[in-house]
Write a protein that binds this ligand. Sequence first.
Ligand code: ADP
Ligand code: MG
Length: 250
Amino acid sequence: MYFRCMTIIALYNLKGGVGKTAAAINLAYLAAADGYKTLIWDLDPQGSSSFYLNVKSVNKNETKKLFAEELHLQDAIQHSVFENLWIIPADISARNIDTFLSDVKHSKKKLKSVISNLKGYDILILDCPPGISLLHENIFNAADWILMPNIPTTLSINSFETVASYFKNNDLDKGKLKCFFSMVDHRKNLHHEVIQQFYKDKLFFKNYIPYLSDVEKMGIYQQPLFEYANSSYAAQCYRDLWNEAKKICL
Ligand SMILES: Nc1ncnc2c1ncn2[C@@H]1O[C@H](COP(=O)(O)OP(=O)(O)O)[C@@H](O)[C@H]1O
Ligand SMILES: [Mg+2]
């Protein structure tokens, strides 16, 4: 029987507010539309992915129970209203995962072991909280690919460099790390200069996501971008990014 292995893609950055969740939702939507059985795991207690897909957890302390293996992943998965797209929503217990992990055995590989029981999905997208903690080390170990949106500004690039050296110093596979520029403002010279400088680095995708109010409106419509602005420039940018990403990641 034909069996396709699940690809795990984390949308991650040390920094918050860089477009991780917007990308997680829109890329997951495109993956699902391409026919891949796609699951998003919202690991951020802010629960923005869960909000965009209008889904709430049904079990008390669900995220913590999943990490403690008191609850099977399969029992936390909910179908979104879109074909081929499922989600494990976040809940507030996600904020305590680091404390929990610091007390368990094999604490850097716990997420990998929890996910290893999952069957029947082609792509798992992890929508990560910002930071660089034990939870993130779990994410780095579990994911096949770590996609980092970067705003082309000095501070954002500093945080990219912190992550790159963290990978190097902790013997993590830097080959998993892929970046794309996010919230690019065409009017700003600094953005152009930073982009040109970093395109020499093969870690960066050619396609990027500009700063566009159509993306921001996801919060108003509480939907993936394509549901209310399918023919917009913003939608095209995510499609181009997805087409580039899938050639590398799938
Ligand atoms: N390309 C973009 N253009 C304009 N606003 C954006 C863009 N991407 C994200 N946003 C907005 O910026 C805020 C942070 O984005 P989000 O995806 O939640 O970031 P993160 O998950 O990294 O914290 C949200 O209000 C979102 O609507
Ligand atoms: Mg987010």
